[in-house]
Design a protein around this ligand. Structure first.
Ligand SMILES: *[C@@H]1O[C@H](CO)[C@@H](O)[C@H](O)[C@H]1NC(C)=O
Ligand SMILES: *[C@@H]1O[C@H](CO)[C@@H](O)[C@H](O)[C@H]1NC(C)=O
Ligand SMILES: *[C@@H]1O[C@H](CO)[C@@H](O)[C@H](O)[C@H]1NC(C)=O
Ligand SMILES: *[C@@H]1O[C@H](CO)[C@@H](O)[C@H](O)[C@H]1NC(C)=O
Ligand SMILES: *[C@@H]1O[C@H](CO)[C@@H](O)[C@H](O)[C@H]1NC(C)=O
Ligand SMILES: *[C@@H]1O[C@H](CO)[C@@H](O)[C@H](O)[C@H]1NC(C)=O
Length: 417
């Protein structure tokens, strides 16, 4: 019988591949027992659910011979520390809810790795109403598990689950990054899934496209951030950061920043309608604006990001399924009064756009720029359309280079006007 040696090998293979995971409660049909592979001994399991305890009670988790019904881990221990279950030998799930009930469940299970479970700087929060959080000091990872949004809003593009983040209290010495998804086993090495950063490190390129240094832009004014994702996580490096998280939706199709120096965020995960951000401006000073974009379009329809000036100056970034981008940072020098993000599709795909603007010079305008630009100074329209045609993250840099050059031209034309 070759059966036994084969199955005996499986745990060994699994051992090297323990990955954190998420299991949606609406996926499991009544009566059967599902066993999850690759769950590590010592890992922690969390429940993120707004579902009725009378339904959660019918779902059993089996680990190390112990049976736990989900209603008993649907809550908090001290303060806002969510209850959790330590995995002590495999993980199985069994439900006696019928499929009608199972289909309406919105909650999910989240399993870490053992390393994450043992790490005192690794925290997990389950967001149900409103809670103040403080990240652990120095290096930290904070996972936010959203639960189903309860809202009166009639907006068709409202998220199903969301965190509304306000009152961020952060030292300029702390690097803080927001990431989509949940932390992978190698999460400290994954740096491409960041959709919001404060401070931003803006790379400065010369006109040959060579990186010569970077400027740190810290924002003490962060607009309220609507993060319409099932889950996401924060990493920090530096003194602790405090903030308020709420499971709340605030309609923001037309939004005006609350300060001249400001950063904010537009996230889409499902149905999308046009968003506009109006920037407060100070025309007596030069201005740097930009976007940090990751886009995963699912159709040929473009998702377009316009930075527009009142005088008609405009920079457009277009992405469709042939042209997605991860972590693309665009920096431009213009008095953009508005950011518009729109698409011809109502299901354009997932995207993340951090926007920012601040007064003051970033790159000194050298005489070389003026000479280069003067050759096109007769161009009538101050408009640049950039269609990015690559999917690799390594392309990010060249996009920025191209944009830096076009931006320099636009900037010069603006000066002429
Ligand atoms: C499913 O379970 C619920 C709650 O126990 C019950 O009200 C409902 O009638 C059941 N539906 C079916 C199709 O069995
Ligand atoms: C992450 O990178 C560090 C070096 O920066 C390395 O020592 C470590 O093994 C890497 N971890 C994983 C899980 O890839
Ligand atoms: C992290 O692990 C995943 C597989 O789980 C792999 O695809 C990815 O390349 C790794 N990233 C880094 C930066 O090591
Ligand atoms: C980057 O270089 C510019 C021009 O040389 C300089 O003005 C600026 O201070 C430098 N910034 C940093 C952070 O070194
Ligand atoms: C998107 O907004 C831009 C800038 O306001 C506008 O020119 C364009 O027509 C809009 N496109 C769609 C599809 O609504
Ligand atoms: C905006 O930021 C710039 C660069 O950090 C700074 O020089 C300027 O004073 C700030 N303006 C306001 C109104 O805070």
């Amino acid at each position: 019988m070759t059966w036994f040696p084969l199955t005996a090998l499986l745990p060994l293979i699994a051992f090297g591949n323990c990955d954190p995971n998420i299991f949606q409660l609406n996926k499991y049909s009544t009566g059967s027992t599902v066993t999850f592979d690759y769950v590590e001994h010592g890992a922690k399991l969390y429940l993120a659910s707004n579902d009725d305890n009378s339904f959660l009670k019918n779902i059993e988790i089996i680990s190390g011979g112990t049976i736990t019904t989900l209603d008993t881990i649907n809550g908090y221990t001290a303060g806002y520390t969510p209850m959790s279950l330590t995995i002590t030998g495999g993980l199985s799930l069994r439900t006696t809810n019928n499929d009608t009930i199972t289909n309406v469940l919105t909650g999910y299970l989240y399993v870490t790795t053992k390393e994450q479970a043992d790490d005192p700087s690794f925290a997990v929060y389950v967001l149900k109403n409103r809670q103040a959080i403080t990240t652990p000091d120095k290096k930290s990872t904070v996972v936010i598990l959203n639960t189903e949004l309860v809202t009166d809003s009639t907006d068709i593009d409202k998220p199903l689950k969301t965190s509304y983040v306000t009152a961020i209290n952060q030292s300029p010495d702390t690097n803080m990054r927001f990431h989509w998804g949940f932390p992978a086993a190698n999460w400290t090495n994954v740096t491409i899934n960041q959709f919001f950063e404060n401070p931003l490190y803006i790379e400065n390129y010369d006109y040959d496209g060579k990186l010569y240094n970077s400027t740190k832009a810290f924002f003490d004014n962060v607009e309220p951030l609507q993060i319409g994702l099932d889950c996401w996580y924060i990493t920090t490096d530096g003194p602790a950061v405090a903030m308020i998280l709420e499971s709340k939706y605030v309609s923001n199709h037309v939004y005006t920043t609350t300060a001249v120096n400001a950063t904010g965020l537009i996230v889409n995960s499902l149905i999308y309608k046009q968003h506009e951000v109006n920037f407060l401006l100070d025309y007596t000073r030069t201005r740097t604006v930009g976007t940090l974009i990751s886009v995963f379009p699912i159709s040929d329809d473009y998702i377009s990001f316009y930075l527009s000036e009142n005088n008609g100056g405009q920079i457009v970034q277009n992405y469709n399924k042939k042209t997605n981008i991860k972590h693309g940072l665009l920096t431009t020098y213009m008095q953009a009064s508005k950011l518009t993000i729109n698409s011809t599709s109502i299901f354009p795909g997932v995207f993340y756009c951090q926007y920012y603007g601040f007064t003051g010079d970033l790159i000194p305008v050298t005489s070389t720029v003026v000479q280069t630009s003067s050759t096109i100074s007769s161009t009538s329209a101050v408009s640049t359309s950039t269609v990015v045609t690559t999917t690799k993250s390594s392309s990010t840099q060249s996009i920025i280079q191209i944009l830096c050059i076009t931006v320099a031209l636009v900037f010069f034309l603006i000066i002429l006007i």
